[in-house]
Write a protein that binds this ligand. Structure first.
Ligand code: SR1
Ligand code: MG
Length: 399
C-alpha cells in the first residue's frame, strides 16, 4: 500500500545510510556487510547494520500499524516521540540508554547504538539467568530522570515547553486503554485460561482495587510529574553482565506522567518473573526476584535524594517536601505495578514468562500474579513501604 511505500527493507537500508551518513553512527556506510531485521516487539521495524570493521548501528522505523496486528492502524509519528524521549534521557543519564545518533523525520526512523553484545532481560529471566544487578541500575535511571525532568530539576517555563514537546496522545491512549481499562471490562483484547475464570471475576469485583486502578488512571492522565520511559517492562531492558551494563530502550510510549509508572512497570515484571520461577519449582530464583523491587526503589530514592541539593527553588522545596514526594512515588509504584501485572495476565500483550509455561503451571502463575496485584493495590493505602509490601505479597506469590 502507499502507506508502506517508504518502509525500509534489508535490501534498502544500506543505500538509505549511504545517502545519510550522519545517521550511520560508527558504521561506514560504504562498507556495509550485513543488514538483518530483528524487530520482535509489538510495533516496529528494527534493523541491525554492520560494516566491514564490525561496527554496528540500529535503524528503527515505525510501521503504520501495530506489527503484531496489521488491522490496527497506528500513527507513525510515534518515532518522533521516541526521539524526543531518548534525547532527553540521554542528556540526563547516558549510561542507562542506548546512544542516540539521530532521527530522520522524512522516514520516521531513529539511528541508535547497536547493543548486540547485550541481551533482553526478559529472555534472560525466562532462561533462568537473573542479572539481579539490573534492578539497582534501573532504579538509578528512574531516579536520575525522575528528578531532572521534575519541577525540582527543570525550571518552570522550560519544563512547560518540554511537556508540550513530549505530549504523546496516541500512544498514551493505548496505555490508558490497555493498562487501565480493558482488563476490567469485556473486551476482545482480553483472554485467560478457563482455570482462571474465578480469579478474574474476583479481581473485577474487588471494588477497592478497581477504584484504586481508576484513580491511578486518572493520575496517569492528569499528572506531568516527570518524563517517563512509559513502557519499562523487562522486554525493554538490555542487560550485559560484563561491566554490569543496563540500558532501557524502546521509549516510544514516553510522556510526562507520574514517576511511579516506570518503577511500577519494572516491579510488575519482576513479580511475573518470580511467579514463573516459582511455578517451575525454581524457588531460590523466585525469592531472589521478589527481593529486587525493594532494591529498585531504594536505588531510585538514593539517586533522587543525591540530586536533591541541586533542586530548583529550595526556598519552598524543603526536605519535608522530599519526604512526601518519595512516599507518594512509592505508593504510585505499587498501584502501577498492580495495573501493569494485571494487564499482562488479562489483557492484550501477554508475556512469554507466563505464556510459555505448561497450562497447569500457567494457571497457577496467573492466579498468583492477580492475587499479588490486588494485595499491592490495596495494602499500599496503609503504608507503601516496598519492604512491607513485598513481605505481604510473598505468600500469594510463592505458595
Ligand atoms: C498495541 S501496543 C501493545 C503494547 O505493546 C507495548 O509494549 C506497550 O506495552 C503496549 O501497551
Ligand atoms: Mg516496546
Amino acid at each position: 500500500s502507499d502507506l508502506e511505500a517508504d518502509l525500509l527493507t534489508v535490501d534498502t537500508v544500506g543505500a538509505y545510510l549511504l545517502a545519510r551518513p550522519q545517521l550511520a553512527g560508527p558504521v561506514d556506510p560504504a562498507t556495509i556487510v550485513s543488514v538483518v531485521e530483528v524487530g520482535d516487539g509489538n510495533l516496529n521495524l528494527v534493523f541491525i547494520v554492520t560494516d566491514a570493521a564490525g561496527n554496528g548501528v540500529v535503524v528503527k522505523q515505525s510501521l503504520p500499524h501495530v506489527r503484531v496486528d496489521p488491522t490496527w492502524p497506528l500513527t507513525r509519528e510515534r518515532a518522533k516521540r521516541e526521539a524526543v524521549v531518548l534525547a532527553a534521557h540521554e542528556a540526563v543519564d547516558a549510561a542507562h540508554v542506548p546512544a542516540f545518533y539521530g532521527f530522520d523525520e522524512a522516514s520516521l526512523a531513529l539511528s541508535i547504538e547497536d547493543l548486540s553484545d547485550h541481551a533482553v532481560w526478559r529472555n534472560e529471566l525466562n532462561a533462568g539467568r537473573l542479572h539481579t544487578y539490573a534492578a539497582v541500575e534501573l532504579g538509578t535511571y528512574v531516579g536520575a530522570i525522575g528528578f531532572a525532568t521534575s519541577v525540582f530539576g527543570t525550571p518552570g517555563p522550560e519544563r512547560r515547553r518540554r511537556i508540550a514537546e513530549a505530549t504523546n496522545p496516541e500512544l498514551s491512549e493505548i496505555t490508558e486503554d490497555l493498562v487501565f481499562t480493558e482488563p476490567y471490562v469485556d473486551h476482545e483484547h482480553n483472554g485467560w485460561l478457563p482455570a482462571n475464570e474465578d480469579d478474574v471475576r474476583d479481581l473485577r469485583t474487588d471494588r477497592v482495587f478497581v477504584r484504586e486502578i481508576g484513580l491511578a488512571k486518572q493520575r496517569f492522565q492528569e499528572d506531568h510529574q516527570s518524563l517517563v520511559h512509559g513502557d519499562l517492562h523487562t522486554g525493554s531492558v538490555f542487560v550485559r553482565s560484563e561491566g554490569s551494563s543496563v540500558r532501557a530502550f524502546d521509549s516510544e510510549f514516553g510522556t510526562y506522567a507520574p514517576t511511579g509508572f516506570d518503577l511500577g512497570a519494572v516491579w510488575a515484571n519482576l513479580i511475573i518473573a518470580a511467579a514463573r520461577a516459582s511455578a517451575l519449582g525454581r524457588e531460590a530464583d523466585a525469592e531472589a526476584l521478589l527481593a529486587l523491587p525493594v532494591e529498585l526503589i531504594a536505588a531510585f530514592e538514593e539517586e533522587f535524594t543525591r540530586r536533591w541539593p541541586d533542586r530548583v527553588d529550595p526556598r519552598v522545596y524543603g526536605d519535608d517536601v522530599l519526604a512526601v514526594t518519595l512516599r507518594r512515588i512509592r505508593s504510585d509504584a505499587a498501584i502501577y505495578a498492580a495495573a501493569k501485572a494485571v494487564r499482562r495476565i488479562v489483557g492484550f500483550s501477554k508475556v512469554a514468562d507466563i505464556q510459555t509455561l505448561p497450562e497447569h503451571e500457567r494457571a497457577i502463575a496467573a492466579r498468583r500474579v492477580l492475587l499479588t496485584a490486588r494485595t499491592l493495590g490495596v495494602a499500599r493505602l496503609i503504608d507503601p513501604d516496598p519492604r512491607r509490601l513485598t513481605q505481604l505479597t510473598r505468600e500469594p506469590l510463592l505458595t
